[in-house]
Design a protein around this ligand. Structure first.
Ligand code: NAG
Ligand code: NAG
Ligand code: NAG
Ligand code: NAG
Length: 429
């Protein structure tokens, strides 16, 4: 597991970025770093708690034929997030800042069952992507920007995997993403965080109150502390999708999902009708009274997400095996074929002769070369006793280098083989 290899050497990329300190980081850079640190902690905690809570059977009940499909990916994502936490925690003091401590993360509402957890994970990763994207216009130090960008690309991979695990959507629904400011990110993240000051005010959290999954034509309804007491007729619902320069601005009471939207949509409530720009440097974000929150509009169900649910897979490793394992396979190999000596020359083929086992041809009890002499015994350090030469010399039906079956001890399932050249070893004979 990748988590086990967190060491100073592995943290190299982070430390290199932080190393040439010519000046202390700007206050904004430290704020962004600390904000990122809290978000990465949140993500790590989320996946850690999810893996502790859910058993294989929970994934099967959620429709996965194989729980490993989801668990492997969640472990891998969690390990990345933990790595980010550690790296950022190294950078902050190196740049003269202090890491925010004391945050508690409560995911009890998100970890009720596997489908809810995966839905929230999808939002969490989308939020991570949008947070780093939004931070790009805030960061002063180009090295820090590069480090942040390098985290962002990985968060985007997580997002893709979670889209796939959702089972219903598109793996890569939009060609561009949506930047969010720290205040906007906290509208989504703050309900899970308590006990610490992140240093940034949070926009009021916005909840979509529709039951069921929103899709084209759904009239979205909302609740939020930010809109309590406001006249709904003065409010707009705004939907931001990746790649569009502006949000779609609709009257609050007619917030109907238009056709053509596929994938994540950031939803905002504003007190003007002026569309929000999809660019934080010119957004007119001061009109936002609640949100954003993310909804996923899955109108393009693809085969890959469906496959992730329905595939009953057994992972098979293709690996180089030890000489002992190879010997064991040799010992159990029985190549069936016509009686008699094999054709072709096998004098250059030292094959360990497993006494009592038909290896080449069914009429001999020991391996022989073309002249009928027993094949030389391979040196012990040679993989499987097969070294040098060319196994294709052996003309047996099925092919000597095409053995399929189990090793003698049953440990390995062998699907074909080929000899591995060992240039420094001269077979003893
Ligand atoms: C998946 O495959 C295993 C082993 O072949 C089998 O025992 C299990 O019932 C299968 N599960 C599903 C959901 O098809
Ligand atoms: C709109 O909302 C913002 C943010 O809450 C607020 O500062 C502003 O005064 C409001 N404008 C109007 C016209 O209500
Ligand atoms: C095969 O498995 C058995 C039992 O797990 C183990 O003792 C033995 O060392 C294994 N053999 C090889 C060649 O790995
Ligand atoms: C291996 O043997 C099987 C069964 O005899 C045959 O179908 C297959 O084509 C062979 N593969 C190679 C690579 O020779």
């Amino acid at each position: 597991m990748r988590l086990s290899v967190t060491s100073l050497a592995i943290l190299g990329p982070f430390l290199v970025s932080a190393a040439p300190i010519r000046r202390a980081a700007s206050a904004t850079d430290l704020l962004v770093l600390n904000f990122a640190s809290v978000l990465e902690n949140l993500e790590t905690q989320f996946y850690t708690q999810a893996l502790q809570k859910f058993q294989e059977s929970d994934f099967i009940n959620a429709g996965f034929s194989s729980a490993a499909v989801a668990i492997e990916q969640i472990q891998s994502i969690m390990s990345d997030e933990a790595f980010h936490v550690q790296g950022i925690a190294e950078i902050i003091p190196a740049l003269g800042g202090q890491v925010i401590t004391g945050c508690n993360f409560d995911f009890s509402t998100a970890l009720t069952d596997v489908p809810t957890m995966l839905g929230v994970a999808r939002v969490v990763e989308m939020t991570g992507v949008s947070a780093y994207l939004g931070a790009a216009s805030l960061v002063d130090d180009p090295q820090l920007l590069t480090t942040a960008a390098s985290i962002l690309t990985v968060e985007a991979r997580h997002q893709t995997v979670l889209n796939i695990l959702s089972g219903t959507g598109s793996a890569i629904p939009q060609a561009l993403d949506i930047p969010l400011s720290p205040q906007q990110v906290l509208a989504i993240a703050s309900p899970f965080i308590s006990g610490c000051d992140v240093g940034v005010p949070a926009n009021p959290t916005l909840q979509v109150t529709n039951t069921g999954t929103p899709t084209t034509g759904t009239t979205l309804t909302f609740s939020s502390n930010g809109i309590q007491g406001l006249d709904p007729s003065t409010l707009s619902c705004q939907m931001m999708v990746g790649g569009a320069p502006f949000a779609i601005s609709l009257p609050y009471s007619q917030c109907v999902v238009p056709g053509g939207i596929n994938g994540p949509v950031a939803l905002y409530i504003t007190n003007t009708t002026q569309p929000l720009a999809n660019d934080l440097t010119v957004q007119f974000g001061g009109s936002v009274v609640a949100g954003p929150t993310f909804a996923f509009i899955d109108i393009d169900p693809q085969t890959l997400p469906a496959l992730a649910r329905n595939m009953n897979v057994t992972i098979t490793d293709s690996s180089t095996i030890s000489p002992d394992q190879a010997s064991s396979i040799m010992a159990s190999a029985t190549i069936t074929g016509s009686s008699g000596s094999p054709t072709g020359s096998v004098t250059d083929l030292p094959i360990a002769a497993p006494t009592g086992t038909d290896v080449i041809g069914s009429s001999t009890s020991t391996a022989t070369d073309a002249s009928g002499s027993p094949a030389p015994t391979a040196p012990a350090n040679v993989a499987g006793g097969v070294v040098g030469g060319d196994l294709s010399d052996i003309q047996t039906p099925g092919g000597a280098n095409n053995f399929t079956g189990n090793s003698g001890d049953g440990n390995l399932s062998v699907i074909g083989w080929s000899s591995v050249p060992l240039p420094t070893t001269t077979p003893s004979s």
